[in-house]
Design a protein. Structure first.
Length: 86
């Protein structure tokens, strides 16, 4: 993952996390967290789309305070790993 992609991903997750609230699925039965996760991942390469990343995004949207550090570390760790292979 490139740094610009990582920054965009985290900005999207932040946007969704700000709009999410606990009763959202009950208030809007058509709401699907998976669709928001897909939107956050839009534009990334197939090799960046891991189940661990999807899970961390979902957890961060629902509880940003608890999970944002793990998501940020994972995402920027992916950037660092990609930089080393180039």
């Amino acid at each position: 993952m490139k740094l610009d992609d990582a920054d965009a991903l985290l900005q999207r997750v932040g946007t969704i996390a700000i709009m999410y609230y606990q009763a959202l699925p009950a208030d809007s039965p058509e709401y699907q967290l998976s669709e928001d996760i897909d939107w956050c991942l839009d534009g990334l390469t197939a090799e960046d789309l891991t189940s661990e990343l999807r899970d961390l995004i979902g957890r961060t949207v629902v509880d940003p305070t608890r999970h944002r550090e793990a998501l940020t570390s994972f995402v920027y760790g992916t950037v660092a790993a990609a930089d080393q292979t180039e």
